[in-house]
Design a protein around this ligand. Structure first.
Ligand code: HEC
Ligand code: HEC
Ligand code: HEC
Ligand code: HEC
Length: 149
């Protein structure tokens, strides 16, 4: 048996012993429920929750919202730099060492005005579809991104 496994067995033994005592049992369960709540709260705030691109600039979408499991997508696509998407520009140049994390794309790529909506859609398509096209992987057909769910 490896040392690690051995320690694990000892730990189980220990917890069995203390949980057979009434008082510790209560303590044990309360610690567990608090941990459970904390994990739940953490999950609720973590960005893992992003499943679709949900830019507030789009009020009346004509197509189903685009499927985008943020973290999973970026892991599978092996994108290391956040600013590959959340970019920041200065004097027309993209900065390597800065990003716009936390901002919606529409905050810079103008939003509500009717003419700029077309441009907002264009840049989304350019950034998402452009990379898929360039890397010859990932969806490029309308229905593959605008999936009915
Ligand atoms: C492939 C493009 C892409 C990459 C790479 C990327 N993001 Fe995002 N991210 C998005 C899009 C699209 C949204 C959604 C924008 C919206 O809904 O307005 C978003 C939203 C977010 C949000 C907002 C969360 C919310 O609930 O509104 C955070 C925070 C974020 N990203 C952090 C990161 C971090 C940190 C990294 C790098 C580890 C990263 N992103 C890499 C595309 C990307
Ligand atoms: C902090 C402001 C800012 C944010 C936030 C931002 N961008 Fe940009 N983006 C710019 C600037 C500035 C340029 C370069 C000037 C231009 O062409 O508009 C640019 C250029 C682009 C281009 C190239 C445009 C072209 O015509 O070649 C694409 C595509 C793009 N952005 C997509 C996005 C997407 C998608 C998001 C959200 C994930 C996003 N941008 C978030 C400021 C921003
Ligand atoms: C820098 C490159 C890059 C950008 C930018 C990018 N993708 Fe992708 N995407 C990929 C790659 C690579 C794959 C294939 C990954 C794999 O093999 O699983 C992929 C796969 C996908 C898939 C299919 C797999 C899945 O996760 O469901 C969807 C949907 C998708 N991308 C949506 C988007 C959307 C929406 C955006 C813009 C917000 C975007 N992508 C931006 C590189 C990119
Ligand atoms: C690579 C993924 C991708 C592909 C492929 C794609 N789109 Fe989009 N599209 C987006 C994203 C991201 C947005 C902005 C967020 C959203 O609408 O959910 C968007 C927004 C739109 C919008 C504005 C919002 C709405 O629903 O009215 C229209 C219209 C649209 N796309 C039409 C199309 C058409 C038509 C095609 C095929 C020619 C297409 N898209 C292909 C990713 C994609």
């Amino acid at each position: 048996m490896t040392k690690q496994k051995h320690n694990f067995c000892l730990a189980i033994e220990f917890f069995r012993k203390i949980s057979s005592m009434k008082q510790t049992k209560i303590l044990f369960y309360s610690v567990f429920s608090i941990l459970f709540l904390l994990v739940g709260a953490f999950a609720a705030f973590s960005q893992e929750d992003i499943e679709t691109v949900n830019d507030s600039a789009f009020e009346n979408q004509t197509r189903p919202p685009v499927v985008f499991f943020h973290d999973t997508h970026n892991e599978n696509a092996a994108i290391e730099e956040c600013n590959a998407c959340h970019h920041m520009f200065e004097d027309g140049k993209r900065l390597d060492d800065d990003d716009s994390i936390g901002m919606e794309c529409s905050e810079c790529h103008c939003s509500k005005m009717k003419d700029s909506m077309a441009d907002l859609i264009r840049v989304y398509h350019l950034q998402c579809g452009g990379c898929h096209l360039k890397q010859k992987t990932g969806p490029v057909m309308c229905g593959e991104c605008h999936r009915k769910r």
